[in-house]
Design a protein around this ligand. Structure first.
Ligand SMILES: [Zn+2]
Ligand SMILES: [Zn+2]
Length: 145
């Protein structure tokens, strides 16, 4: 596969025990669609927390390194972080540093939840919403609307 951004070859490497494809030139990272879930699992293992993401999406200027179809991008949770993904579930593209931000955002969110007392009600709500659907299922829901 080649980098959707700069066309340099992607090299498979281990990132926190997960196999990812890293661009040898721009250091961007390609995650197969289940791998973003696994990356999140290295920080939080509670699907209820992961289920709180909000999406906004639109066409991306990148194309999927697997099928060459144009990708879409979405906003990761409520934060100012945009991820590109292939609608055919081939995966996600993270520019250099974005995967670090994903982890930072998740760690911050966990801290906020534990610290704030008003988060307790929110926490209960999470626990009551049993949610076993995958990350990609949630993305697909958006396209159904
Ligand atoms: Zn690149
Ligand atoms: Zn694709």
């Amino acid at each position: 596969m080649n980098c959707p951004r700069c066309r340099a070859p992607l090299r498979t490497e281990k990132h926190k025990g997960i196999e990812v494809d890293r661009c040898t030139q721009c250091q961007g990272m390609w995650l197969d669609h289940h791998e973003l879930d696994e990356l999140e699992d290295t920080v939080m293992d509670d699907d209820q927390i992961k289920g709180t993401m909000m999406f906004r999406f639109q066409g991306s200027d990148l194309s999927c390194p697997k099928c060459q179809a144009p990708m879409q991008w979405f906003r990761y949770r409520h934060y100012d972080l945009e991820l590109d993904f292939c609608e055919a579930e081939h995966g996600f593209w993270l520019d250099k540093g974005e995967e670090k931000r994903v982890l930072e955002i998740m760690q911050q969110r966990l801290k906020d939840l534990k610290r704030s007392s008003s988060a307790e009600a929110e926490w209960d709500k999470f626990l009551s919403q049993v949610n076993t659907r995958s990350f990609m299922d949630k993305v697909k829901d958006l396209f159904r609307k």
